[in-house]
Ligand binder design. Sequence first.
Ligand code: PGA
Length: 221
Amino acid sequence: MNEPSPIVIANIKANQNWQQTANWVEKVDSEGKFFKGTVIFCASSPFLKAVQEKVQSLNSFIKIGTQDISQFEQGAFTGEVAASQIEGICEFTIIGHSERRENFKEDDDILSKKVQHAKKVNIEVIYCVQDRTTPIPAGVSIVAYEPVFAIGTAKSDTPQNAFDVAFEIKKRGNYVVIYGGSVTPDNVHSFLKKGAVDGVLVGTKSLDPTSFIEILKNASY
Ligand code: PGA
């Protein structure tokens, strides 16, 4: 991971139609140019190719991620998106989000297969862990500490606890560590600490490009 920090990731989840997605890219591109870190936009899979075309046509700084990839290699897996299908479109993928662990029963074995498929096509993995002991498969470079109680609840963790957990995770490997869980324009600054927490993963407050740009304005160490 050589991109400049802080890293600010938008996780759009199953939200936005194409018009809203296109508008998001245009607005963040034109109003977020001042940002010196890295912006990764994790759009929904059906729009990834079109997002790439838009990003290229704007010559934008926005990097493209996907929210998940299949545990399977290409084949008869209806509804799945294989890593090899998005090779060259996405630079990043989220893997192991607690919503996938819970709703789709993804366990450590499935998640490590996903990481391997991503790595095979040079997609960098943003791996979500729910606490300091969550296993991390080989091949992961960015770890997102995302305590379940803080996701979509407007009840973020404390910055001090996020720093402590990040410190523990960094003892386990050479990881860039970011924090996710109810990050807002008002609290983003408190979660960033050089050498501890190098970025944020934003769900709810990333949907509206205006609030996402407010997060970028306050996302400094
Ligand atoms: P939230 O989501 O910002 O809505 O809490 C974060 C996440 O799920 O990554």
